[in-house]
Design a protein around this ligand. Structure first.
Ligand code: IGP
Length: 269
């Protein structure tokens, strides 16, 4: 099962990182950062309309190499200029070809909040996210206990960040809610076999009370997809592959935003 492999690889990597940089050192780096450094993703999400989270991702276990040319700084800057609401940066090296340095370098170049996209399994990784410029961390319900979900989200919030709590099944959405998640992501991709079902997020959305913003993740390709999700009340869409493959990323982000606006104005009439 691929998720187990990902978690096992993350455990090994975590240990390596802990040997290089101690938690105490990381905490000192975090303390030295200014308090108002992180843009507030939750309030951005609560603004009217649908928000685009654009992902910087070279490859994935399901798709292999998505783009062979990967100027990650330039890609992130393009996303930022296009007015994307947040930028997701893969830092997982073994299966997604990500790197922690991508996060750090990108954070110096953009104003949008940055999501550290990784398999968070230890508080160390939350401090590490913060120390390297993230404003948001991902907490995947399938790999964490109820206790960890609550504790890790609270830690992220104490550090001035937010957590997207990611669910794939009805049971996981309920666990996310029980953990008092402030932002819920519903993945269309099953991380156990990588099967993508665009309707998964649409199907589970109604389990979440309207005051909690929900983000649809994975397999989002067209303006029609985005309009459908906006119409269903999603506050955000997380888009990786489609944007990574797009020749004109700025135009596509703007088109996604425009397709949303049409849906919104129709909805309010
Ligand atoms: O490239 P896509 O299909 O647009 O998907 C983006 C994002 O949702 C996906 O990368 C993702 C969702 N949850 C994750 C958890 C770990 C790693 C990656 C992911």
């Amino acid at each position: 099962m691929i998720l187990d492999d990902l978690v096992a690889a993350t455990r090994i990597r975590l240990k390596r990182h802990q040997e290089k940089v101690s938690l105490a050192q990381l905490k000192r780096r975090v303390e030295q950062q200014s308090a108002d450094e992180n843009p507030d993703f939750l309030s951005i999400l609560n603004n009217p309309g649908l928000h685009v989270i654009a992902e910087v991702k070279k490859s994935s276990p399901s798709k292999g190499t998505i783009v062979s040319n990967f100027p990650y700084l330039q890609i992130a800057e393009t996303y930022d200029k296009a007015g994307t609401d947040a930028i997701s940066v893969l830092t997982e090296p073994d299966y997604f070809n990500g790197h922690l340095n991508y996060l750090k370098e990108i954070s110096h170049k953009v104003t949008a909040p940055i999501l550290r996209k990784d398999f968070t399994i230890d508080p160390y990784m939350i401090y590490e996210a913060k120390a390297n410029g993230a404003s948001i961390v991902l907490l995947i319900v399938a790999i964490l206990t109820d206790h960890q979900l609550r504790e890790y989200r609270e830690l992220a919030e104490e550090l001035g960040m937010q957590a997207i709590v990611e669910a794939y099944t009805e049971d996981e959405v309920n666990r996310a809610l029980q953990s008092d998640a402030k932002i819920i992501g519903i993945n269309n991709r099953n991380l156990k076999d990588f099967h993508v079902d665009f309707n998964n997020s649409l199907k589970l959305k109604s389990l979440v009370p309207a005051n909690i913003p929900v983000i649809a993740e994975s397999g989002i390709q067209t303006q029609a997809d985005v309009a459908k999700l906006a119409g269903a009340g999603f506050k955000g869409v997380l888009i990786g592959e489609t944007l990574m493959r797009a020749a004109d990323k700025q135009a596509l982000i703007q088109a996604f935003k425009a397709s949303t606006a049409v849906t919104d104005s129709k909805a309010t009439k």
